[in-house]
Design a protein. Structure first.
Length: 277
């Protein structure tokens, strides 16, 4: 059975971001990102069309090479053409670029790391920690972020068990928790922080992460204890779980006299090591 995990991650090749997602237990890379990284084209979609015209064999087999998978974009989850390592190698053959050979080596390393992570899941966690550390995040922030990731996975596992199947349903439930917790949907929150493609939670302060965790942990507890089944019941659980965190946030803001929701982000963190508080 094909299994698609819609959590999009970012890989870096020579300062270029390449989105990737797990499908059938291997990494699949967003084709347009790969082409942009190899060609420096400002219109990679157009480059792909021209490339397929130049290479009839590539165009003929495109349906077997490129598979539409769910990927996070600034406008939400969208289906984008992705290819696995073998498919990317075939695409590279049609791109005259001095970056091709270094990219092949990079791709092989990333693929090998995925095999290691399947055999030892703890490696994925260690690599994520190391990546955040390299970006300049504090150990305290990293601990909260990693715990938040674990809580999120526990919640989505419960949603799956309780009949939530469609990606759109996951998005709506997530937005329901966010609205009840922060009075904003994730997309509105990103605008509030001046973010576009970036991961919202990678730009949250310690307190914002804590209340995100509380909202999702509360939602999971309510869904389990009430045995919520299907979209409607889980949406109600999401609202109630988010409200637990929202009420706690409002109480803290009232007593501390300071807003939890912040416009600050970590975009300049590599240059400025003064971490957000």
């Amino acid at each position: 059975m094909n299994k698609e995990i819609t959590t999009t991650k970012i890989a870096i090749f020579r300062k270029r971001e390449i989105r990737k997602t797990i499908y059938n237990n291997e990494w699949w890379f967003v084709v347009v990102d790969v082409v942009a990284a190899l060609t420096d084209s400002v219109q990679p979609d157009g480059y792909i069309k021209d490339m397929r015209r130049r290479d009839p064999e590539l165009s003929k087999g495109w349906g077997q090479i490129a598979t539409p998978l769910s990927v996070k974009t600034p406008g939400g989850i969208q289906k984008l053409n992705c290819a696995n390592t073998e498919g990317i190698f075939r695409i590279i053959q049609s791109i005259p670029s001095p970056k091709a050979e270094p990219f092949k080596r990079w791709l092989a390393r990333v693929g090998y790391e995925r095999i290691q992570e399947i055999e030892n899941p703890e490696l994925a966690t260690k690599r994520t920690r190391a990546l955040y550390k390299a970006k300049g995040y504090s150990d305290e922030w990293i601990e909260k972020r990693m715990r938040g990731i674990a809580i999120r996975e526990e919640l989505t596992d419960q949603w799956q068990k309780r009949g939530i199947k469609e990606q759109k349903e996951y998005e709506i439930l997530t937005a329901e928790i966010s609205k009840a917790t922060f009075d904003m949907t994730p997309s509105a929150y990103k605008k509030h922080k001046g973010l576009k493609r970036e991961n919202l939670r990678d730009h949250m302060t310690d307190l914002e992460l804590i209340f995100s965790m509380l909202g999702e942990a509360s939602t999971k507890e309510i869904a389990v204890n009430k045995d919520a089944q299907g979209f409607v019941e889980n949406k109600q659980a999401a609202f109630e779980g988010g409200a637990v965190a929202g009420n706690a946030r409002n109480e803290l803001e009232r007593k501390s006299g300071k807003k939890v929701i912040s416009r600050k982000n970590y975009k300049k963190l590599p240059q400025d090591k003064n971490l957000l508080r």
